[in-house]
Ligand binder design. Structure first.
Ligand SMILES: [Zn+2]
Length: 100
C-alpha cells in the first residue's frame, strides 16, 4: 500500500482515520510538510511527531532540548492535537477549515 501523503492539506476530521506516514499507526495527529519532499502533506501520529520534534531540537543544537521537549509533550497531552500541538500541522488544518 502506498504511504499516505498528498498535495492538499489533511483536514482535522480526516486525521483520526488516516494512517501515520512513518509507522502506519492510526490515528494521525498532525500533518508535516518537508520542502525537499515536494511540500507534500504527510500525516503523522503523536508519538512520531514527538520523535520528529526531538530530532529537530537536537539537530538545531539546543542545549535545553530536553526541557523544550518535555514542555511540548505536556502541552499536547493536556490540549490534544486540536489544542495546537505542532504549528506546522494543526494550525494549517484549522486555517484550511476556515476556523480560527
Ligand atoms: Zn507514527
Amino acid at each position: 500500500m502506498r504511504r499516505p501523503g498528498r498535495v492538499g492539506v489533511y483536514y482535522e476530521e480526516e486525521l483520526p482515520t488516516t494512517p501515520c506516514f512513518r509507522c502506519g499507526a492510526t490515528p494521525s495527529a498532525y500533518t508535516w510538510t518537508i520542502c525537499s519532499d515536494g511540500n507534500r502533506y504527510r500525516p503523522i501520529c503523536l508519538p512520531c511527531d514527538i520523535a520528529l520534534q526531538e530530532v529537530v531540537l537536537l539537530f538545531m543544537g539546543f542545549k535545553n532540548w530536553r526541557s523544550k521537549l518535555e514542555r511540548y509533550k505536556a502541552r499536547v497531552a493536556a490540549e490534544g492535537p486540536a489544542g495546537g500541538g505542532c504549528p506546522s500541522g494543526a494550525g494549517e488544518s484549522r486555517r484550511a477549515m476556515g476556523g480560527g
